[in-house]
Design a protein around this ligand. Structure first.
Ligand SMILES: [Zn+2]
Length: 161
């Protein structure tokens, strides 16, 4: 009897452990968006998740926002077009040489325009770094988007100072 009980306990423990590990390791199911280039999709998804963490519903599919990688001239690395339909365009060359964080910064910045209807904000922090991801990139403040500053800058993006 005791042995049986122990066996049940062990089985339950194993099951709990398995469920725990399964949950811990479960990857987030990647979402694809119609009319969004595959490389940009994870960033669209991340934008929705970061919005959700801040109690904002960002349904980029519903909003019909398109996204593509193209060659942009005139020194721009990204833009949000609101002509007829909303579309973000990111420069191919910029994309290829950029880190994950730089890619996130530019995609989120453009979604800041296209989805959040935000304008530029070149406000500086005391150390001269940009207080917002919505800086225009033409000077005035220095970009400092790192793992450390990310949460604060995302808070600012979604709160729309
Ligand atoms: Zn901009």
């Amino acid at each position: 009897m005791t042995l049986q009980l122990d066996a049940i306990k062990y089985a339950l423990f194993t099951l709990c452990l398995f469920l725990f590990i399964a949950c811990e390791k479960a990857p987030i199911e990647p979402i694809t968006y119609p009319d969004v280039t595959a490389e940009l999709c994870p960033y669209f998804q991340q934008f929705e998740e970061e919005a959700a963490k801040r109690n904002i519903v960002a349904d980029l599919k519903l909003a019909g926002i398109k996204g593509k990688l193209v060659n942009i001239s005139k020194g721009y690395v990204g833009l949000c077009s609101t002509h007829a339909e909303k579309e973000i365009r990111i420069d191919n060359h910029f994309w290829e040489r950029s880190s994950d964080l730089s890619r996130e910064l530019i995609v989120f910045h453009e979604l800041g325009h296209c989805f959040l209807d935000r304008r530029h904000n070149n406000q500086k922090t005391v150390d001269g770094t940009c207080a917002s991801m919505m800086r225009n990139g033409l000077g005035g403040c220095v970009d400092f988007y790192t793992e450390k500053t990310r949460t604060q800058l995302l808070d600012e993006l979604f709160s729309g100072l």
